[in-house]
Structures are given as structure tokens and as C-alpha cells.
Write a protein that binds this ligand. Structure first.
Ligand code: NAD
Length: 245
């Protein structure tokens, strides 16, 4: 089975590093022209130049809905269309519930959940006109099972699942498919802070006995973006080595 995204345009938020970067590389490798999005323009442009295949860099803080609307307009103007939207940008600001500050709650919800809402709202207009589109939201297994010390992050990732299913139902008649990918523990900057003991403890909970890598998540996204997934919408594809089942 070959994934061919030739002629497609993809926008991947938070794609200068980590999982987003791997998604951008995989979609570009399958033939898509990719908008690389980071908060810092020069970093996004550098990543786009490294990825090649017609990728271009854009700056956007996804927690600012006005910036997100402008981003979608700029990407559509620059590439002429937008076929695949991947909401990957995300962050954590962990604390136990008693100590969780309003600012840390808001920062995580605004970037992880409101940012995705804003980009879907902006991108769906063109996708509806073209009667075609793929939206893929990067959630987390933490949004499915919760996690101590991550109430804000878990709420944002669970919110993304509700958003995904609602958008899938609302836009299916226009041939716009919306799915979520829920990674387990993936080796990136986000998990680099884990000590060897913590890493070992995590691996012992994973049937495949290893952390995932960014490419494992990127393959799932590329599949959902492709014609092979034409009859799949409103689903949560868990990519976690079997940890949550
Ligand atoms: P990462 O920290 O390496 O990358 C996150 C990217 O999002 C960075 O480029 C960052 O600059 C960007 N970003 C954060 N806030 C932003 C904002 N307000 N505006 C624009 N960009 C912003 O993390 P990662 O591990 O690559 O995570 C990517 C996605 O996968 C996130 O949504 C994360 O929640 C999710 N995820 C990661 C894991 C994991 O184990 N690493 C597990 C489950 C889900």
C-alpha cells in the first residue's frame, strides 16, 4: 500500500520539531506541499528549507485565534488551497490540581484545544466549498484515561476528541473527514525530561516494551490523510504500543 499525497497541500502546526516535524516530513515525502508552522518564523523557514518538496514556513501562536485565522488565509493564498489540516501544536504545564494556577490551565487549553478549534473553523470554509478535506487532531492517551498532575493537559486532549467527533458529524456531508490520533509515550523533547527510572517504569506498562518514536505517529497521520482512509471519520487512532486497550 503506497501513500500518495501528490498535489495536496497540508498545514501542520508545531512542525519545527518533534512529532509535528516528523508528520511534516512524512506528508512531504508522500508528495504533499506542507506549510510548516511555528511561533518563530525563522525556525519555521529553516525547517521548511530542510524538509523541501515545496514546504514553506509560517509563524503563528496557535493560542491566538486571530493569528490562526490569518495563518489559514495566508496558507491558502500562498499554496492556492488547503487539503489536510493537522493540529499538532501542544504544550504541557503540569501540576497537581490543588496547585494548578488559572494561567497554567488557560495556557494549555488555549494552545491545545482553542487553537485547534480556531484552525478548523478557518479551514473548514474553503474545504466546504471544495467539498473535500482531511482534519487530523493530535490528542493523547492522557485525554482518554487521564493522568495525575495533568488535569489541564488531559482536559485539553479529551476536549480534542469531542471536537473531532462533532466536526466529523457536522462536515461529513461535505466530504470532510476529521479524526484524532492519540499517541502514548513518544520519545521527543516533551518526554526528554524523564529520568532513566521513570522511562523504565513507563516501558514496563507498554506491551511493545518501548517508547514510540515520532515516525510511528507520523505514519498514522499520513494514513488518515490518504485515500486509503476515505471511509474513516470521527475516530481516535491510538498509537501507544498497546498501552491503553
Ligand atoms: P514538542 O514540545 O517537541 O513539540 C510541540 C510543538 O508545538 C513545538 O514545536 C512547540 O513550539 C509547538 N507549540 C507549542 N505551543 C504552541 C503555540 N501556542 N503556538 C504554536 N506552536 C506551539 O512536543 P511533541 O512531543 O512533538 O508533541 C506534539 C504533539 O503531540 C502535542 O500536541 C503533544 O501534546 C502530543 N503528544 C505528545 C506525546 C509525547 O509523548 N511526546 C504523547 C501524546 C501526545
Amino acid at each position: 500500500m503506497q501513500i500518495d499525497l501528490g498535489g495536496k497541500v497540508a498545514l501542520v502546526t508545531g512542525s519545527t520539531r518533534g512529532i509535528g516535524r516528523a508528520i511534516a516530513e512524512t506528508l512531504a515525502g508522500a508528495g504533499a506541499r506542507v506549510a510548516i508552522v511555528g511561533r518563530d518564523l525563522s525556525r519555521a523557514e529553516t525547517a521548511a528549507a530542510e524538509i523541501g518538496h515545496g514546504a514553506k514556513g509560517f509563524a503563528c501562536d496557535v493560542s491566538d485565534t486571530a493569528q490562526v485565522s490569518q495563518l489559514v488565509a495566508d496558507v491558502e493564498a500562498s499554496f492556492g488551497t488547503l487539503d489536510i489540516l493537522v493540529n499538532n501544536a501542544g504544550l504541557t504545564k503540569d501540576n497537581v490540581i490543588m496547585r494548578l494556577k488559572d494561567d497554567d490551565w488557560n495556557m494549555v487549553i488555549d494552545a491545545n484545544l482553542r487553537g485547534a478549534f480556531a484552525s478548523i473553523r478557518a479551514a473548514s470554509r474553503g474545504m466546504m466549498k471544495r467539498r473535500s478535506g482531511r482534519i487530523i487532531n493530535i490528542s493523547s492517551v492522557v485525554g482518554v484515561i487521564g493522568n495525575r498532575g495533568q488535569a489541564n493537559y488531559a482536559a485539553s486532549k479529551a476536549g480534542l476528541i469531542g471536537l473531532t467527533k462533532s466536526v466529523a458529524k457536522e462536515l461529513a456531508s461535505r466530504n470532510i473527514l476529521c479524526n484524532a490520533v492519540a499517541p502514548g509515550f513518544i520519545a521527543t523533547d516533551m518526554t526528554a525530561a524523564l529520568g532513566p527510572e521513570q522511562k523504565k517504569a513507563l516501558e514496563s506498562q507498554i506491551p511493545l516494551e518501548r517508547l514510540g518514536n515520532a515516525a510511528d505517529v507520523a505514519s498514522a497521520v499520513a494514513f488518515l490523510a490518504s485515500d486509503h482512509a476515505a471511509y474513516i471519520t470521527g475516530q481516535v487512532l491510538v498509537v501507544d504500543g498497546g498501552m491503553v486497550m
